[in-house]
Design a protein around this ligand. Structure first.
Ligand code: NDP
Length: 314
């Protein structure tokens, strides 16, 4: 495994990280989830992602329970809050009340004293950013979180938070978690440049476009046991299953084969070409997927290969 600094912090995270959305505590049974998480750890992955909202805490529980077998200092574990956790008006968002309560609830569920990173899972237009940053600052002082991040915040929202933190001597956010893959590159224009300016690193989710960039859905076939075959979760992936995408996937697969790599390796190596990306945050429903995906860290992309990919993606 290779490790990168998370933005300007001293924290080192594995170039490939593993998350629990739609998988652990949900579509993947616990024993298989455990095998997959163990495999990731054995392969040097030290960075594990969760959120309160992933199956209302089940994703957190499964991941934390498996990782308990390892020394706490050997892994970095995260959680998030923002999305509704109940029906009440205060069961959502980034108010001081909700953030504090949710971090405490996550720690209890995971049986941990602290999480390494707490993310604001989205921007909350109904809470002043300073209120959230103050809550985060207090959580850092209490030792319940070590670093703070945001997820899917725009460049302007990130700048707003940095400005307030600097002015009020509050803890700054050090990481952003956006979607980034060959089919969704919106962060390249503004989010990455602004993040670089403030020493914020990206941990990018859905780097394989939820499995589409493995080639498994090519030609419109939906393999048994895949995310797209699962009726309770295929709504998240169905928008990507179309002719244009399949055509591009086929061409990208040829590029991968020319350099003796697989498509997921190419897709992840392409993401890791960005120095501002600290880690590509994958999901995996079985250990073999982790095994295949971590090989990406040894795939070097030449200028010519990157240009070929650009011409395919248009
Ligand atoms: P990916 O793009 O890596 O998709 C993962 C899925 O693709 C797997 O569960 C598996 O699905 C399939 N897959 C992965 N590798 C292979 C392989 N080698 N061969 C065949 N199939 C493969 O990432 P996710 O969309 O799952 O997101 C990863 C993590 O990012 C989440 O767990 C979560 O922690 C985080 N996330 C954060 C969000 C946010 O708002 N901050 C939003 C979404 C995700 P299957 O086998 O079932 O087909």
């Amino acid at each position: 495994m290779k490790y990168r600094r998370l933005g300007k912090t001293g924290l080192k995270v594995s170039e490939i990280s593993l998350g629990s959305w739609l998988t652990y505590g949900k579509s993947v049974e616990d024993s298989l989830a455990a095998k997959t998480i163990h495999k990731a750890y054995e392969l040097g992955i030290n960075f594990f992602d969760s959120a309160n909202v992933y199956e209302r805490g089940e994703g957190e529980k499964v991941m934390a329970q498996v990782l308990k077998e390892y020394p706490r200092e050997s892994y970095v574990i995260t959680t998030k809050a923002f999305w509704p956790m109940g029906e009440g008006p205060n069961d959502r968002g980034l108010s001081r009340k909700h953030v504090m309560e949710q971090v405490n609830a996550s720690l209890k569920r995971m049986n941990l004293d602290y999480v390494d990173i707490f993310y604001c899972h989205r921007y909350d237009p109904e809470t002043p950013v300073e209120e959230t940053l103050r809550a985060i600052d207090d959580l850092v002082s209490q030792g319940k979180i070590l670093y703070a991040g945001v997820s899917e915040w725009s460049a302007a929202q990130i700048e707003e938070a940095v400005g307030i933190a600097d002015k009020s001597l509050l803890d700054r956010i050090v990481v952003n978690q956006p979607m980034y893959n060959m089919f969704n590159r919106y962060i390249e224009k503004e989010v990455i440049p602004v993040s670089e300016k403030y020493g914020i690193g990206q941990v990018v989710f859905s780097p394989l476009a939820q499995g589409v960039l493995t080639g498994k859905y090519k030609g419109g076939k939906v393999p048994e046991n895949s995310r797209a075959a699962n009726e309770s979760i295929n709504q998240f992936i169905s928008g990507m299953l179309n002719e244009d995408v399949f055509n591009k996937v086929e061409q990208l697969e040829a590029v991968a084969s020319d350099i003796n790599a697989t498509l997921p390796e190419l897709a992840l190596a392409w993401i890791l070409r960005q120095p501002n990306v600290a880690s590509a945050l994958i999901g995996a429903s079985k250990p073999e997927q982790v095994e295949q995906n971590v090989k990406a860290i040894d795939v070097e992309l030449s200028k010519e290969v990157i240009e070929k990919i650009e011409s395919i993606l248009g």
